[in-house]
Design a protein around this ligand. Structure first.
Ligand SMILES: O=C(CO)[C@@H](O)[C@H](O)COP(=O)(O)O
Ligand SMILES: [Fe+2]
Length: 232
């Protein structure tokens, strides 16, 4: 059941961007369950990444033949409506948009589904979880940001954990993702709060032994998930 399966997805924002395709391959070989691809347009957040749909298609799907993998897009863009079709055509599997970026989440959810992608809905640290709740039964995954979107390598915001716990209590089978500052030092807090989709950027990418970091994150998460799901 979703919510009881633990998945680890490296954020490749802090990888060697000159070797993006190989970096993605390396992460999958090290046991990543999915790749978390941060798309920033320089409007919704200050930074701008090159990770547009052309790159998704060329680097990941066509050149690296990674089409069976899971490309989970984290869209930090001003107009998330604009990129649904191009991302679907490029081979993205999940499209996570920010609630703060749209006036019509319902229409966007429908469009993402009609384009055969899973739906993720993200909230920034300043957005309360009650805004997300009305949509929770229509989405595949809720993303609780544990840093202010825009950069990798920031400090984990532990005060976001009540949002995760609240969502987990209200929606036991929802996939709940945490993103920002998550690594070996902070995974326990996320797992105990109820997160089962774990994004980790610098802690994995900058490690000499990414496989061990991924395993550690998974083990901590699986233990918490098993306890919670068996207790039910
Ligand atoms: O979306 C974002 C930042 O906006 C993240 O996905 C970060 O890229 C994660 O990197 P770390 O905080 O784990 O280094
Ligand atoms: Fe992200």
């Amino acid at each position: 059941m979703a919510g009881c399966v633990c998945k680890i997805g490296p954020s490749i924002l802090n990888s060697d961007l000159a070797c993006l395709g190989n970096e993605c391959k390396r992460m999958l070989e090290c046991g990543a369950d999915f790749l978390h691809l941060d798309v920033m347009d320089g409007h919704a957040v200050l930074k701008c990444t090159f990770l547009g749909h052309w790159l998704v298609k060329d680097t990941f799907v066509r050149k690296q033949k990674l089409s069976n993998s899971f490309f989970y897009m984290h869209m930090m863009v001003a107009k998330p409506e604009q990129w649904v079709k191009p991302m679907a055509a490029a081979g993205a599997n999940q499209y996570t948009f920010h609630l703060e970026a749209t006036d019509n989440p319902g229409a966007l959810i429908k469009d993402i589904r009609e384009n055969s992608m899973k739906v993720g809905l993200a909230i920034k640290p300043g957005t309360t979880v009650e805004y997300l709740a009305p949509w929770a039964n229509q989405i595949d995954m809720a993303l609780v940001m544990t840093v202010e979107p825009g950069f990798g390598g920031q400090t984990f915001m532990e005060d976001m954990m009540p949002k995760v716990s609240w969502l987990r209590t209200q929606f036991p089978s929802l996939d709940i993702e945490v993103d920002g500052g998550v690594g070996p030092d902070t995974i326990s807090k996320c797992a105990e709060a109820g997160a089962n989709m774990i994004v980790s950027g610098s802690a994995v990418m900058k490690s000499d032994d990414p496989r061990s970091v991924i395993n550690l994150l998974r083990n901590v998460c699986v233990e918490a998930v098993q306890k919670r799901c068996l207790d039910r």
